[in-house]
Structures are given as C-alpha cells and as structure tokens.
Design a protein around this ligand. Structure first.
Ligand code: ADP
Length: 294
C-alpha cells in the first residue's frame, strides 16, 4: 500500500494558500506530518479524508483516486478528526454500535462482536457503559481510535491526536497507535515533535503549506550532527544572543535558558557541541525557510 500525493494545492476563499504544491510518498506504517499551528496539516488531512477538495494536484492510494473516488476511499478510510464535535450522552457501546451501522456493518451479531473487540482493543471495555461525554481527554481519543478502526481501514488519519493529553494519557495513546497493523498507512498530524519521535519511521515537515522535509526522522537528526551547539545563558543575555545568533530553540533548564544554535562551524563564545534531536531538526528547518523567505 502506498499513498502518492502530487502537486496538491489549496487556496481558501480568503486568499490563504493552505497547501502549496505538496508532493509526498507515504508508505505503510506510521507517518508523521509535523508542523506548527496553521501549517496546513488539517487541510491536508481533511482533503485525504475526502472531506474537502483541493484546487489542483492528485492523491492516489494505490490505484484509488482519493480526490475523485470518494465513496470507494471512504470504505477503506478511518478518520479521527481534530475536533470530534460534541459527544452525546450515550454510552461508548451504543455510540460505537451507531458508527458501525453508519459504516455498513448491518448484521447485529457481527456488530456486537466488533464493538466488544474494539472496546477491548482500546482498553475502554470496563467503562463501556459510561457516557462518552463524561470521558477524560485521553479516553475520548481512544474512543476516537476505536471508531476509526471500524471496518479494517487501510488508511487511517489522525489529526492532532495528542494535543491536550497529559503525559500518562499520551503514553497510553502512543501504545495504542503503535499496535495498529504494519500493513496499513497511519498518518499522524501533530505539532508535537515527541509524537513523531516516538511513533513514526517516516515523516514530513510542513510549514506555510509547503513541504520542507520528507524522509526518516533518524536520517534528519543524523544530518545535523556536528552542527548544533548549546549554551546555558542568563535570561538577561537572551535578547543579545537572539540578535547575534541563529537561535533555533531555547528552553529553560533549572530556570536558565539553554539555547541551541545552528552553525556549520564552531561558533566559539563557550558554545558546546550538542547532540541534535528532532526538535533541532524541526526548528532549524523552519528557521531556514523563514530566512530564505525573508
Ligand atoms: P494546521 O492544521 O496545520 O493548524 P490548517 O490546515 O488548519 O493548519 O490551516 C492552514 C491555514 O489555512 C491557516 O492559515 C488557516 O488559518 C487557514 N484556514 C484553514 N481553514 C480555513 C478555512 N476554512 N477558511 C479560510 N482559511 C482557513
């Protein structure tokens, strides 16, 4: 199974170019679509989920034309949207049953077995009789995965699934996602670098509608080896450093900013070589594109 997106563009009526000539080849497995808020991730996800049209370009899932064979695509699609909407005050069992009917599982015995199996799979069986509206954020997301898995989808799209989850819930969600079969395509859109790091063996970085990087997260990190430098400074020094250096990230460590900069050569000034990580990749890639655009 392979999803090939070519030259996909979308401009909203207000003039925002949300997708700007996006081309990606997405193999089986977990694929991370990493971008800041407003990058165009949801636009791409909704287009692939057949919920909105692009202006130009193509998206082929093997030989299924996603933009033109929407009904056929929906039969092999599982979608967990960013906003699941209002959860009604019905139990998880009843709501899953309802979704299964909508997905065409008409035999009631088969449906009941499916719902039970899904509730076990996402570890909500014990709370199956509780109203989904009363679930925590993490439980709602797991419920969302259960409904997305109805009908053994070949393409699963999850849009910003871990935003707002606490670390424990996020871990449970990671484990669940990583158990989904290897023979399906799972596209995970996120602005959280850790999501991609933990789950995905392929990824793209998207910014202002453009693909800035596509490939393996590990390769992208390896390519930065020897080019990331760090230094712990005081808060009052930060503005000077921001003017002087190309700071790609600064986070507080024990109350002091630890700045990371990108430099092909040793920057001096007591900067130490740092072990690059995916966050460095993400921020340096975006920084570079802003620099080029400026
Ligand atoms: P992301 O999911 O990465 O946050 P989106 O795809 O939601 O990004 O948005 C990309 C850009 O398109 C943003 O500038 C956003 O404001 C704009 N946008 C999204 N949806 C609409 C819409 N329905 N009408 C107009 N502009 C939109």
């Amino acid at each position: 199974m392979q999803l090939i997106i070519e030259h996909l563009s979308k401009k909203y009526p207000n003039g925002v170019l949300a997708l700007d000539d996006v081309s990606l080849t997405i193999p089986n497995g977990m694929y991370g679509l990493l971008g800041q808020n407003g990058a165009g991730k949801s636009t791409l996800m909704r287009t692939l989920a057949t919920l909105q049209d692009a202006d130009s370009g193509t998206a082929m899932l093997d030989n299924l034309d996603i933009l033109n064979q929407k009904d056929a695509v929906r039969r092999v699609l599982g979608y967990l949207p960013q906003e699941f909407g209002v959860y009604p005050k019905v139990s998880a069992t009843d709501l899953l049953d309802h979704f299964a009917i909508l997905k065409g599982v008409t035999n009631s015995r088969e449906r009941s077995e499916l719902v039970t199996a899904l509730l076990h799979r996402v570890n909500l069986y014990d709370v199956r009789k509780k109203a989904v509206s009363s679930y925590s954020g993490g439980m709602k997301q797991r419920f969302g995965i259960a409904q997305a898995l109805i009908g053994n989808p070949k393409l699963i799209i999850v849009d910003e699934p871990t935003a707002g989850l606490d670390p424990g819930e996020r871990n449970r969600f990671y484990n669940l996602l990583s158990e989904i079969g290897e023979n399906v395509i799972v596209i995970l859109s996120t602005h959280i670098v850790q999501d991609v790091m933990e789950l995905c063996n392929n990824m793209a970085i998207i910014h202002k509608g453009k693909v800035l990087y596509s490939g393996s997260p590990l390769d992208s990190v390896a390519a930065l080896k020897g080019k990331i430098w760090e230094k712990s400074i005081t808060k009052s020094e930060l503005p000077t450093y921001q003017q002087q250096y190309n700071i790609i990230s600064n986070k507080l460590v024990a109350g002091k900013p630890l700045v990371h900069i990108f430099s092909e050569t040793e920057p001096g000034n007591e900067f130490q070589p740092a072990q690059p990580d995916l966050e460095d990749v993400f921020f340096s890639t975006i920084e570079k594109s802003n620099f080029v655009a400026a």
